[in-house]
Design a protein around this ligand. Structure first.
Ligand code: SF4
Length: 436
């Protein structure tokens, strides 16, 4: 039996792609192993969002020269196929729109039919629905669902767009069927993910069908929690009223991931982000009014080529005003093939100074947010083992709560008293158990 090791980089969608690869391969008789040393085939499921990660992935592909077979998939084959092949001439490639064809690719390779023409077919842009497929979930309690591929944006800095291309939304009925199946197999938490959940269905009739999809999913007669992934502000605006109503459903985690990338309108305009920071303020204010403890997640790119000290001040003010609990900070990195390819980059020490200022502001404000939970008794859903008797749980706002308990509580809702906190989690002490 051939052994396969899968190494995954990037977003939840890519994590789900690896789960699908593992599902298809193990159903076909391959054994999925958890170390490269044991493997006959090493799969690198790549990401192109940050150039630092890209460099790391390229070094990995180069270092794997001695391996029997290296299969590179994800976004990098679509954007850097020729370059990567020079790093490892024996590698084979599966584009991000061809995950379902992994067995065909391996068969063509083994039958020595994978010539240049054939290889390029596995990189072509096509509409692939990654649903209702065999899967080996990383966590059986958490079911990740992609709802679309691509986006409607053309952000100046973005390389993902070059790989994922135009928006392709999956049919609502296929998504609901796939989620229902996973719930029947024991999943208790559903993650909806894509490059931009806000524009779901806009490729059908230019309007977002996200509320319709959420309502369909929330009518599934099962006990579960739903986490909605990132939505760009420009699409939230058009469905804000409906979203606020939908978030009242107890199945919805009160979690809003709204990447701003910058709090300065002059930078947002240069990025082609299609919204103004005032619109973001209005959205977050409305969510925080209806759901005072909602967890806000956001993303900022620091060191954008046009960024001035006054723009940095706006970013800091935004963090201090909205105190996001989850903060994804990226240092600007230039990507070939994007609009900013020829721009000069700000000095490294300026970017480093601004990054540490933003991270410091985030740490301070995220802790401030968590102060209110001390001595509170809350219900949490235990969804992941960390170590022997330490488990990760989530409260209704999707805060991470670390609690000492036993495996009997995995997949259950328990009550804990909050005794301490860190920047990114609460520490809970178990009070009593209630079965889910
Ligand atoms: S919305 Fe912008 S940043 Fe996001 S994937 Fe599309 S082009 Fe890239």
């Amino acid at each position: 039996m051939e052994k396969v090791y899968i190494e995954t980089y990037g977003c939840s969608a890519n994590q789900n792609n690896s789960e699908i690869l593992a599902g298809i391969l193990s159903r076909a008789g391959f054994l999925i192993v958890n170390s490269e040393e044991l493997a006959d085939v090493v799969i690198i499921n790549s990401c192109v969002v940050k150039s630092k990660t890209e460099s790391k992935i390229k070094r990995r592909i180069q270092d794997l020269k001695s391996k029997n077979l290296v299969l590179v998939c994800g976004c990098m084959p679509e954007t850097d196929f020729k370059k990567i092949r020079k790093l490892n001439t024996r590698a084979i490639f599966l584009g991000t729109h061809h995950f379902k064809e992994v067995l065909n690719l391996l068969r063509d390779y083994q039958e020595k039919k994978l010539d240049e023409k054939k290889q390029l077919e596995y990189l072509k842009r096509t509409d692939e629905i990654k649903l209702n497929l065999p899967k080996l979930p990383k966590n059986n309690l958490v079911s990740i669902h992609q709802i679309s591929e691509g986006c409607l944006g053309n952000c100046s800095y973005c390389k993902t767009k070059l790989a994922k291309g135009k928006l392709f939304s999956y049919p609502i009925k296929d998504i609901v069927k796939s989620i229902t199946q996973d719930l029947e197999s024991g999943a208790k938490e559903i993650w909806l993910t894509s490059q931009d959940n806000g524009c779901y269905g806009c490729d059908w009739d230019n309007k977002s069908h996200l509320p319709e999809l959420l309502n369909e999913i929330l009518t599934i007669k099962r006990n579960f929690k739903l986490r909605l992934g990132m939505i760009n502000p420009n699409h939230v605006n058009e469905i804000l009223k409906e979203l606020l109503e939908i978030y009242k459903n107890p199945k919805m985690y009160k979690f809003l991931h709204i990447p701003i990338q910058s709090a300065s309108n002059q930078i947002l305009e240069h990025m082609h982000r299609k919204y103004k920071i005032e619109q973001v303020r209005e959205i977050i204010n409305k969510f925080q009014k209806d759901f005072p403890d909602i967890v806000i997640a956001t993303d900022i790119i620091v060191g954008y080529p046009r960024e001035l000290e006054e723009d940095q001040k706006k970013n800091l003010d935004f963090i201090r005003e909205f105190k996001p609990d989850v903060f994804n900070l990226s240092k600007f990195s230039k990507h070939k093939g994007t609009e900013l390819e020829k721009y000069s980059i700000l000095a490294g020490k300026i970017i480093a100074k601004r990054a540490s200022e933003l991270m410091q502001a985030h740490k301070e404000t995220a802790k401030e947010n968590k102060q209110k939970y001390i001595n509170k008794t809350i219900k949490v859903f235990v969804n992941e083992k960390i170590s022997e008797n330490l488990y990760r749980a989530r409260d209704e706002n999707y805060n991470i709560v670390v609690v000492k308990t036993s495996k009997e509580d995995l997949g259950k809702e328990i009550e804990v008293r909050i005794i301490n906190f860190g920047v990114h989690n609460l520490i809970g002490e178990k009070t009593k158990v209630k079965s889910a």
